[in-house]
Design a protein around this ligand. Sequence first.
Ligand code: TYM
Length: 338
Amino acid sequence: MTQMKTVLSGIRATGTSHLGNYIGAIARFARMSQDPRYRCLFFVADFHTLTTLKEAEQIKKHLPNMVLDYLAAGVDLSHSAIYVQSDVPQVTELAWLLSCLTPVTHLEGLPTYKDKREKHPEDINAGLFNYPVLMAADILGPRADLVPVGSDQKPHIELTQSLARRFNNLYGHYFPVPGVLPDMVLVPGLSPMDERGGFAKMGKSDGNTINLGDTPEQTWDKIRVAPTDPQRVHRTDPGNPDHCCIFALHQYVSTPEQLAWSREGCMSAGIGCMDCKRVLADNINHMLAEFRERRMQLAQKPDVIRDVLVEGKRQAEVLFNETIEHVRERMGIRRWGS
Ligand code: TYM
């Protein structure tokens, strides 16, 4: 029998999860956890959350919600674990060891860091700079083979890959070089087209999200007022679907027939934007219906979260401890006092 591959991914506790998190990450986690080829580890990245969120009460509030999201999406715990990053503090030890192999120039060049520096010049902390090294420790700690993430995370995974290679070259082969899924996506937000002809990603801090916890009515209200092709002023004006975030979103939730209907109807002015938006909202609500229902039921059972996290910590710690011992020994950082 071939060995199970280790799948690992995390999500920050920065707020309510949105459709981008669901399509790019959480729904994939659930599918992979149900696949017997994989042993999965999913966690809430609370240390990473601190790089941008400073309100302690907010972090405490959001964290259990992330665990509920994993469970409601259908993460199967028979060969998976869910844990909290800070419950396994060995990750920070490994991050330090890895940081000594990380070129500062690589961190400075990462688009995520540059982007944060531009958007939030008032809070460029060292944690933000080192964010990708901690992420590498998350991934290499349990020696993960596969990391399902949205394509915004690709540069971070590339850093992890180069750190795995660098360690293996310097100290002898130990880490698998983790891979990503071939079909990573970046779901656009409810935003107008930008100057480069693209759409901003759906992001928690960008005010352009459809949240998993929104009701069907709230989902419709957001889609109803979302911007469309600015050239299509009147119902009778033909539009360009490639200039419209509604059409961009259709591609993630609609059938090929609906896509053809939307493209053709927009270009010929055969349908109005509201017709197109209605179908999009219905499809999103349909896709999330089961998740939302399960999420409400799980919220009534707070003990579930605790039990899941206790077991998750136990499993993750075993894997991290093994790695830390190997890495310390190879790097010459022996335990002298114990
Ligand atoms: P976070 O919380 O920002 O995002 C969690 C996951 O959701 C994906 N995502 C999206 N996917 C598609 N379209 C979007 N619009 C969209 N927005 C977010 C992200 O790509 C991510 O997969 N740095 C990670 C958390 C993390 C991590 C790790 C992930 C910390 N350590 C180790 C994997 C492995 C992050 O982006 O969280």
